[in-house]
Ligand binder design. Structure first.
Ligand SMILES: CC(C)(COP(=O)(O)OP(=O)(O)OC[C@H]1O[C@@H](n2cnc3c(N)ncnc32)[C@H](O)[C@@H]1OP(=O)(O)O)[C@@H](O)C(=O)NCCC(=O)NCCS
Length: 152
């Protein structure tokens, strides 16, 4: 079992599956999804297809606690929503993927910052840069906002 920690030293479970064509790592906290990363190898390059830490993760209803209140729509949905961003989980997942790539003898980890993600978070290039990535902006081949790469 793989464990990563957030900045409060809380432990999250990382489970791996292969849905076909790529590898997926699900991040869970007490059985609830906190995020995921999709990646694949291209030769000795580990390509990150998607890295996502959930902003509005919904905890399932606790059967015994919530059943009593169900008829009154209590507790409200917002009490069951957790924001897992800004807890150091994205950083921990980058470290996890880098170690995973090294174990598989990858020499480099690469990814793209897509238009959609950049629009929602213009600080993404800086976020990757602070984690040691080289950020090259304006990739005309893929129409991505930037390509990011990290030597392993
Ligand atoms: C981008 C994304 C992956 C970042 O994940 P995250 O878990 O929110 O990021 P972190 O908590 O690791 O880092 C955020 C901040 O917390 C701080 N932080 C991280 N680890 C920390 C630690 N151990 N102790 C103290 N502070 C810490 C950092 O200073 C960082 O701030 P910075 O951006 O100024 O450097 C996440 O916001 C996300 O999934 N967004 C939506 C999808 C997306 O854009 N994906 C990226 C596709 S390229």
């Amino acid at each position: 079992m793989n464990i990563i920690c957030d900045k409060y030293d809380r432990e999250y479970q990382v489970t791996q599956c292969d849905p076909g064509g790529y590898e997926r790592f699900n991040i869970e906290y007490h059985g609830n999804r906190a995020g995921y990363a999709n990646c694949h190898f291209e030769g000795d390059v580990l390509h990150i297809d998607d890295l996502h830490i959930d902003e509005k993760a919904m905890r399932p209803r606790l059967f015994f606690v919530d059943l009593f209140f169900l008829a009154f729509s209590f507790p409200p949905e917002r009490w069951r929503i957790t924001n897992y961003q800004n807890r150091g989980l994205g950083t921990a997942m980058i470290d996890f993927l880098a170690n995973y790539g090294r174990k598989k003898l990858a020499k480099c980890m690469e990814g793209e910052i897509k238009q959609y993600d950049f629009k929602n978070n213009p600080r993404l290039p800086e976020w990757y840069r602070r984690r040691g990535f080289v950020v090259v902006t304006g990739d005309i081949k893929t129409a991505a906002v930037a390509r990011v790469s990290l030597v392993l």
